[in-house]
Design a protein around this ligand. Structure first.
Ligand SMILES: Cc1cc2nc3c(=O)[nH]c(=O)nc-3n(C[C@H](O)[C@H](O)[C@H](O)COP(=O)(O)O)c2cc1C
Length: 383
């Protein structure tokens, strides 16, 4: 039986060779927002993974929207040129079927902190802390920065920052763009009643809390090339009593569908440190399944998906249209090659590495040895 995980799928005008997506992963290695040699190595390496779609890490739409001072950004021509370097390299040298997506983000009240390797705590003034923004002047936790509640000017400016970053992303040739509306960052902060206590049209009931993220989405949709998938990463629940719920997520995804959203990448949590997350294999897949079933939106499932059979089942059973891997791809950057071998499927290798493909040297693989031809095979050309 052919593999569902390795079957193609189309979103808009873009054809994906399989259902494997490399989930966004912050690297905290940028130089004043600009990509460095680290990004060239990191993305160049992942570009060969065999995944159909490689997402960049959260890419800040403005300096103040960065989580840490080391986060990647896209708000100047210099940032655009720095991303172009690793993009072009990844495209040229990566798997022949590779598509590349960008995740655009604004950290809101969770900005201005040390990178995780340095403790992930808020920066002090002496360490260069900056004024953070949020829907309401409510800090994420005790001792965290109190954000400035966004007024009309700030709402318009941040929306314009998203639009400008999306225009730059389109120019850079990204095949896919997703907004970060999860993990407690700015647009999620607008959705959740725990972080949004505004009493204007951008707060209060569900329609009010969804208004700003939807306005940002529509503004970007207006400039994003038709046919290239535009989607969101959304937290399906805050895992906190009184927080954002699955039912609200369904309403939000329905509203996004009305304004031309092409996919939803379903994660959870991040807005409130009181969250209690029942972590385990595939712990967020059921949320993607619910969203897909109830809204008909193409979904991506993420979170502790690491086993090829597990990934195959998620796609075969229609729980999601794509699986995303983060840690699994750092652990094994050729995960898709190995999954293809485990599932009896094929995946396109870049020509430089084509001879590592198991069918080219089957005698080296125990499970292939019995049926492998008794010849020296590829050894003839080992020069
Ligand atoms: C090092 C690292 C950096 C991450 N950075 C981001 C990010 O930039 N944007 C995002 O939406 N999620 C980020 N995540 C979350 C992952 O995309 C993913 O949702 C999460 O790790 C669960 O998937 P996994 O179990 O396959 O690791 C990050 C995760 C890791 C491990």
């Amino acid at each position: 039986m052919s593999s569902a995980l390795f079957s193609p799928i189309r979103l808009g005008d873009v054809e994906f060779a399989n259902r494997i997506v490399i989930s966004p992963m912050c690297q905290y290695m940028a130089d004043d927002g600009a990509a460095t040699d680290w990004h060239l190595m990191h993305y160049g390496n992942l570009a060969m993974s065999g995944a159909a779609l490689l997402f960049t890490e959260a890419t800040a739409v403005s300096a103040e929207g960065r989580i840490s001072a080391q986060c990647l950004g896209l708000w100047t021509d210099a940032h655009e040129a720095a991303i172009d370097r690793f993009m072009t390299f990844s495209r040229t040298n990566g798997g022949p079927d590779l598509k590349i997506g960008i995740q655009l983000a604004h950290a809101g009240r969770k900005a201005s902190v040390h990178r995780p390797a340095d403790g992930a705590q808020p920066l002090t003034a002496a360490e260069g802390a900056w004024q953070t923004l949020g829907p309401s002047a409510l800090p994420y936790d005790t001792g965290w920065h109190t954000p400035q509640a966004m007024d009309r000017v700030a709402l318009d400016r941040v929306k314009a920052d998203f639009v400008q970053a999306a225009e730059r992303s389109a120019r850079l040739g990204f095949d896919v763009c997703e907004f970060h509306v999860g993990h407690g960052y700015l647009l999620h902060q607008f959705l959740s009643p725990l972080s949004n206590q505004r009493n204007d049209e951008y707060g209060g009931d569900l329609a009010g809390r969804m208004r700003y993220p939807l306005e940002v989405f529509q503004a970007v949709k207006a400039v994003w090339p038709a046919g290239r998938p535009l989607g969101v990463r959304v937290s399906a629940t805050d895992w906190v009593e009184g927080g954002w719920t699955v039912e609200e997520t369904l309403a939000f995804v329905q509203a996004l569908k009305q304004v031309g959203c092409d996919f939803a990448d379903i994660t959870t949590s991040g807005v409130d440190p009181r969250q209690k997350i029942p972590v385990g294999p595939g712990y967020q897949v059921a949320f993607a399944e619910t969203v897909k079933r109830e809204t008909g939106m193409p979904t991506m499932a993420v979170g502790m998906i690491n086993d090829p059979e597990q990934a195959e089942t998620i796609i075969r059973d229609g729980q999601a249209d794509f699986v995303m891997l983060a840690r699994g791809m750092m652990y094994d950057p050729r995960w898709a090659w190995h999954a293809a071998e485990a599932l009896g499927a094929t995946v396109a290798y870049p020509p430089q590495y084509a001879r590592a493909e198991p069918s080219r040297w089957p005698q080296a693989f125990a499970h292939r040895r019995e049926t492998a031809p008794d010849t020296i095979g590829d050894m003839r050309q080992l020069k």
